[in-house]
Design a binder for this molecule. Sequence first.
Ligand code: DHE
Length: 497
Amino acid sequence: MQQTLKTLMLTAGLLASPLIAANTDAQTQALYQQHCASCHGSDRLGGMGPALLPDNLSRLKKDQAEDAIRNGRPATQMLGFADTLDAESITALAEYIYQPPAQEPVWGKSEITDSHLLPHPAGSLPDKPAYEADMMNLFLVVEIGDHHVTLLDGDSMEPIHRFASRYALHGGPKYSPDGRYVYFGSRDGWITKYDLYNLKVVAEIRAGINMRNIAVSADGEHVMAANYLPHTLVLFDAKDLNLLEIIPVENGAEESSRVSAVYTAPPRNSFIAALKDIPEAWEITVENDKAKVRRMQTDTWLDDFFFDPGYQHLIGAARDGKHGLVINMDTGKTTADLPLPGMPHLGSGITWDYQGTRVMATPHFRTGAVSIIDMDTWEVIKTLETAGPGFFMRSHENSRYAWVDVFFGPNKDKVHVIDKQTLEIVKTLQPAPGKVAAHVEFDRYGKKLLLSIWDDEGAVIVYDADTLKEEKRIPMNKPSGKYNVWNKINYEEGTSH
Ligand code: DHE
């Protein structure tokens, strides 16, 4: 929504009175077309502003939507309408955008290719960084408060650059294998390719209406997008984000499925997709830019995958939230059933060496517990009690500690530090009482780490990874995930991939 449009209309007398009322559905729709459509699309699929459909808004409460219409959103082009629309109309508009559209929106080949933006085609920008820093120790920090990303120097821990992102990025940004480029995915379906050498967006494309995440192939050649709406996986060339293929996600019996997420499996040179509505996991290989799908039937609906370091096993959370299944990736057969009551958040699991075996650890969304699992025997060897359900877990090969947050409940401002050899909590931090403290990422050496204070007036806190002492706070607007280039491109054992 542009203030200019509104002001022009007022000046031209097109808006009869500064305060407009909507009493019927037709009037509300007319108001939407008049005030919102130019930025959010006449079909509510989004444009310069985000899509305004119920699924896309599932993370925004209705009163927050009303507040955004009334007062605008700081640091965006969305300005307030309190002086133009009366309270009833604002409520009616907020109600309207939570109604499903009369017809299922379409996002196919032409919609995707029409959205393609290519400000800097491959090869058009210098191949040398425009600033001095250890390019392997850079961090990206996603600030979801005002939809920005900060680039941080991992040696000095000083911000280098801050830039606007698409609305509501979700999932980890994915780096090219050399660490020069990063690919962001937004919940609205936008993929943005960004050049860290030149600090510029080089290509963008909208893969879907409601997207979950993206994955970049281990060879850096392809990007795959996982969508809730439509029910598709979408393959792009990583160079300029040209569309290569739309893969309908169906089981052959006319049942289609949302895609919960797509992951890259480097040793297998494939992508793995988790399906929400069909009890199958898919492995997708790409040859000559064509995708080949291998379906693995699973005993139940699986979500939220984790993989062993060799990508021989997939561990998926069962939909009932009570256990995890281990699937052998070669045979597609279930090899173990793990008792994980409390809805494990496997996606944030990490692994380390413990007494000569590899263990993995995962927090749970519903219970205050971290489960530690022997990856040889697939036995839960320890259930650590925490101060509440957690979201993210992190460590680094060079650190003796693993960190887990308490994301939900009265202790949401606490973070536990676990000794990876005694499997005990050795310290509980509460860096900003009352504010969620969550999501850790280590620097490339495992010597320092960053923790988010998840608040509009939040910060990223730098800790010494050995002494656990706070070193500094860098103010940020609801910083969520942090992503270190070296850790990500080397698939470091203590971080997400
Ligand atoms: Fe996420 C990653 C799913 C809600 C912040 N989240 C992921 C991934 C999945 C996932 C499958 C891994 C994809 C990847 O990184 O490529 N998330 C889900 C959900 O199903 C859930 C519970 C509900 C939903 O509506 O999607 C959910 N996630 C959230 C949030 O509420 C969070 C806290 C705030 C937000 O931004 O929406 C959130 N999710 C994140 C972050 C990552 C993530 C920061 C990347 C973590 C990482 O370190 O890699």
